[in-house]
Design a binder for this molecule. Structure first.
Ligand code: ADQ
Length: 465
């Protein structure tokens, strides 16, 4: 059985190419390395007259099959409906939603283009796994074209409750379209409950023993599958990269100071400004700490064509500048803020070096940085994870200090507690988190989803022939 992974963007490794700094790209690369198969989606190129037949290239057992987008498709589908409308609404930010019917039409059109391109090369034995909010209607479009293969969908970002999601004009269109899938996976139980609530209250789906019965009579199962990573690989990278010259230079520049780390794509959902202000609150309450601790915040720019992202970029720059100006000294800078993507090996060594991992999103589907930080630690002297109660990872990372990202004072106190925590307590908090990562790793996630998808698909075929 061949696996076809579909996502908006295909992360094809290019010699000397850029490091991917998105959770989905990192995770799907790993899935296909484990499994082999085809990865289909957008090439990342915008061209005036895109050819609709996918271009395919096979490397390392993975076939990368891509299509280009036209400027109009890119504007309406990707920047418009997906990122100006669905992304904020899924992160509970109704105030930031910019809905437009033209963008919704573009979103549906690109899903049709993807479905046409895919249908042409699907074989009877293929299993199809669609990823993320860009492609909610794709399953239904494939069904319209006669595809009867098992099709699963996984949403990497949160699913908000009825009161939020169903404020979206077009919510019913998207919810009904989910009946094209045999299985819908989300990150957490609360996402599963929210999506179920939307389906029942907005389009009248009914609860049944086997899941939900959609208005068209189709069965739909919704289940949480918290995404994992490869903790052993992360640990190995962290150990190896810790002895590189690059890391040594960085460590020398710290001059014995403790380091706190934050790593996020620059996005309003990640709570970077609040985190910097929490660090400021910590320094104000603990002036003796000035000069002997530093916050390293690594935030590569993302989606910079969108005004909201330009604004976050500005706000983070301003916060870093203001705090460095007011708390810094002639010979000490409190916040080191960099916007470059770094190689994963270097990131893992930086995580290992940091006494505290600050992961404080306002809302996040899972947050792989929290897991990467834990996996990179030295088991004899691990650092402390400070984690937002609104990151999906919180359901598995009970050894973290859990904080409310809207409360900078409490986050400041959490930084203090983390920096002062004794070795024994740090080990006893870290160990169960690492065991969980080892058990619920990326292989567990992939196999768990695919096993349930095959099971559901078989059930449906048995019932409906
Ligand atoms: P993201 O919003 O991209 O993912 P996250 O899960 O934290 O968020 O993943 C970010 C990834 O990018 C991590 O692997 C991190 O190491 C990497 N990264 C960040 N900054 C980097 C830098 N400067 N250089 C190199 N790499 C960098 C979405 C959802 C998440 C969900 C994932 C996976 O928003 O909630 O966890 O998908 O499902």
């Amino acid at each position: 059985m061949r696996l076809i992974i579909v996502s908006n963007r295909v992360n094809r490794p290019e010699p000397g190419g850029k490091t991917a700094s998105g959770g989905l790209a990192v995770a799907l690369t790993k899935v296909l390395r484990l499994h082999g198969g085809v990865w289909f989606g957008w090439s990342g190129k915008v061209v005036e007259e895109p050819v609709l037949t996918p271009k395919a290239r096979t490397t390392g057992g993975i076939t990368y099959s891509t299509v280009d987008l036209s400027p109009q498709d890119h504007r309406e589908y990707y920047e418009g409906f997906a990122n100006r409308c669905l992304w904020p609404i899924m992160h509970y930010r109704l105030d930031l939603v910019e809905f437009s019917r033209i963008d919704l039409t573009g979103y549906m059109r690109v899903n049709e283009i993807f479905a046409d391109a895919l249908t042409a090369f699907i074989k009877p034995d293929d299993i199809i796994w669609v990823h993320d909010y860009h492609l909610i209607p794709l399953g239904e479009e494939l069904r319209k074209r006669g595809v009867t293969n098992p099709i699963g969908f996984f949403n990497h970002i949160p699913w908000p409750p009825f009161e939020v999601f169903c404020a979206l004009p077009g919510s019913r269109l998207l919810l009904r379209a989910l009946s094209g899938y045999d299985l819908v996976g989300v990150q957490t139980q609360s996402d599963a409950d929210n999506l179920t609530g939307c389906l029942i209250r907005d389009i009248g789906a009914k609860r049944a023993y086997s899941g939900l019965i959609m208005p068209n009579g189709k069965n739909l199962r919704i289940q949480s599958f918290p995404i994992g990573l490869d903790p052993e690989f992360m640990k190995k990278m962290a150990v190896e990269a810790s002895s590189t010259a690059q890391l040594r230079n960085m460590t020398d520049s710290l001059n014995g100071q403790d380091m706190i780390i934050g790593v996020d794509r620059l996005d309003y959902s990640k709570g970077v400004v609040g985190r910097m202000e929490a660090f400021e609150s910590f320094l104000t309450k603990n002036p003796a700490r000035k000069g002997n601790v530093t916050l390293l915040q690594i935030s590569p720019n993302s989606r910079m064509n969108l005004p909201k992202y330009e604004a976050v970029h500005r706000e983070v720059n301003e916060a870093a500048g203001r705090i460095n100006g007011s708390c810094g000294e002639l010979n000490w800078v409190p916040i080191r803020y960099v916007t470059k993507p770094y190689k994963r090996a270097l990131l893992s060594a930086l995580y290992r070096k940091a006494k505290v991992g600050l992961v404080t999103p306002m809302r996040d589907g899972m947050n792989l940085v929290a897991k990467e930080y834990v996996a990179s630690q030295n088991k004899h002297d691990p650092g402390v994870l400070v984690l937002s109660r609104f990151a999906g990872a919180v359901e598995q990372m009970s050894g973290a200090i859990i904080v409310n990202p809207y409360d900078q004072v409490v986050m400041g106190q959490a930084i203090e507690e983390a920096l002062n925590m004794g070795r024994e307590e740090r080990i006893s908090r870290w160990r169960p988190m690492m065991e969980n990562l080892q058990h619920e790793d990326i292989g567990w996630w992939t196999e768990g989803f695919l096993k349930e998808l095959k099971f559901e698909a078989k059930n449906v075929r048995r019932k409906f022939g």
